[in-house]
Write a protein that binds this ligand. Sequence first.
Ligand code: BES
Ligand code: MN
Ligand code: ZN
Length: 503
Amino acid sequence: MNINVINATIQTTSADAILVGLFKGGEISPAVISATDKALNGSISELLRANDFRGELNEAAVIYSHGAIPASRVIIVGLGKVEELSLERIRQTSATGAKKARELGCKVIASSVFGAEAVEISSAAQATIEGVLLGSYRWRKNHTSPVERGDIESLLLVESDKGKISAVESGASVGQAVASGVYRARDLVNQSPNIMNPGGLAQAARDMAIEAGVQCTVHELDWIQAQKMTAFLSVTQGSAYPPKFIVLEYKGSDAEPLVFVGKGLTFDSGGISLKNADGMEDMRSDMGGAAAVIGAFEAIAKMKLPIHIVGLIAACENMPSGTAYRPADVVTARNGRTIEIISTDAEGRMTLADALDYAAEFKPKAVIDLATLTGACVTALGQNVAAGYFANNDSLAQKVDEASRASGEKLWRLPLYTEYRDKIKTDYADLKNSGGIGSGVGSSAVFLEEFTSYPWAHWDIAGMVLDKTGPTAYYPLTHPPHIIRGATGFGVRALVSFARNWA
Ligand code: BES
Ligand code: MN
Ligand code: ZN
């Protein structure tokens, strides 16, 4: 979608539809609405008087202009109560408006900055663009049939006050960069694991790197062996696909880097500790952490943030076979620690152990890993409610909280209590890879902690990478009447917020 910011009034802009937001409570107060209403000879007032529209959150109505203004349609979207307006509501309502416009077959739309009366203008512009773009996402790469209605081709973001144009422009360009990263992460997760296999993921990282102007190195099996990443290698040994160790680097400054590590299981069957068949296809999303890292790199590079970041992905597949690792195996991680395998389905922490240990080579200021690590985290915080995070450093935790708040991606801190360490003790090795039922999401986090030596945060995003409760306004991918399983791109927005505050 083409996006342009223009200095004009919405009611005089030519488009297939103009989008305007309206608060609950009835009166036509904000300037944009009253001017549009006047130009339409009171059609919006009439709609309200008839009680056909109340301004409820995400309510949408269409008015035809009959030539009273250059645009043929006006799409009115309810913003809810003015005192409850938030950036999250701006994202949702602008997404609702864009989806309505696409349904009607509109190709060129014009929108005011949603919620600009109540929120700082450049953040409101960013949120409006994020909503329009994220709500317009669809997954069509593996379909051969055409869509019934094509995509919106062009969006004009209209601001009448010349003094606000540069703030709107900068917010819109941030929104576009963020959305391009989220689109990329969604595409990677939605792509099937026979295509998005470890080699496919490595190629996708290279493609992003070339497009966004960042460095990408893909290490092959021999390098991984030379690094003695035996914990990572044990997971991949049952798969026919060779593993890849992906390194991304964006150098917007000479400072020591921030390192983002993404869990990159292109498919998690559970291995010998095989998962149930029901819903196993969702394990296409077990590289959602890697996808978020790749998407965040794209956005950060496009925004040219003055920071130094490194991205690490140990990409492989977890399969049962005659060469697969097995429960009772003992393997030696890169840092020399021995691990007894209890469950081959606790594979993510094995791959992350070696990637986290390798991260120390970059002398990082901080490391954040993103992983679809545990069902226990989903049980604790709920599907599509919040990701859990752990941190060994309070000031880093505070920055994670700020990034969560600013981006609208919910992350809730969980404790690294020493009691969890007892759960992964074993007589057979230094530690075991699973504490078993009842050991809590914390036992997976203290396992990872064993491989860290720097300020570190671990985000368990297992319940967030697929939209299973939607459709919501800007997570629009659904497959009724089956389970809903579209990728959200979760993590990109929070990582970008984190990076912007870090800069
Ligand atoms: N990839 C899964 C975690 C997961 C579960 C992600 C549900 C998304 C949705 C992970 O590798 C896994 O299998 N975890 C096990 C760990 C257990 C064996 C200790 C789990 O949570 O059951
Ligand atoms: Mn698993
Ligand atoms: Zn997994």
